[in-house]
Design a protein around this ligand. Structure first.
Ligand code: PRP
Length: 183
């Protein structure tokens, strides 16, 4: 699907599924005896989260939130701009944050600080993709699907201009796709 726009398919549908299965196993083992609250950060996380939680064998609960990465301008305001907040009270709960990608770390470092202030019993971070070369904030994920180079990736929830989220694989977008639209 939409292969013509890809420079390269980085991880096939089967590779993504296989890795998510392993991550789910690890989470099931690490949280044994607990009932974590799994929090998806919209919109990018929804496909990964759906694939992941269906394989986690725990009595978990789900919630979602949405935060803007950069708000007004690219300079960190220090406080995350929450567009959609959780419905659950996370005080005393074991919270597992799920994201599609950890890139500069701007969004997630602010979100983690905001959620820590609400007093969870524990707070861990699970990402499908980690792009450590771009990191500007000291944040690491507890569970990482794949560590990737600094390339423009789409698929499995990740978009370019709101498109390609539904690709069943992770691909590197051809520069000609975004260069032709932003000459
Ligand atoms: C993407 C992604 C992370 C963030 C990562 O979200 O889902 O939230 O950027 O980048 P960072 O580590 O540099 O902060 P985006 O704001 O594109 O929203 P989306 O989830 O709706 O795609």
């Amino acid at each position: 699907m939409m292969e013509q726009d890809m420079e390269q398919i980085l991880f096939t549908q089967a590779q993504v599924a296989g890795r998510i299965r392993e991550m789910a196993r690890e989470i099931t083992r690490d949280y044994a005896g607990k009932a974590p609250l799994v929090v998806g950060i919209l919109r990018g996380s929804f496909i990964f989260m759906a694939d992941l939680v269906r394989q986690v064998e725990l009595p978990l609960c789900l919630d979602f939130m949405s935060a803007s990465s950069y708000g007004a301008g690219t300079v960190s305001s220090g406080k995350v701009n929450i567009r959609l907040d959780l419905q659950e009270d996370i005080a005393g709960r074991d919270v597992l944050l799920v994201e599609d990608i950890l890139d500069t770390g701007n969004t997630l470092s602010k979100l983690v600080a905001e959620l820590q202030a609400r007093g969870p019993a524990s707070l861990k971070l699970c990402v499908l993709l980690d792009k450590p070369d771009r990191r500007t904030k000291p944040i690491q994920a507890d569970y990482v699907g794949f560590t990737i180079p600094d390339a423009f990736v789409v698929g499995c929830g990740l978009d370019y201009d709101q498109r390609y989220r539904n690709l069943p694989y992770i691909g590197i977008l051809k520069p000609s796709v975004y260069e032709s639209e932003n000459p």
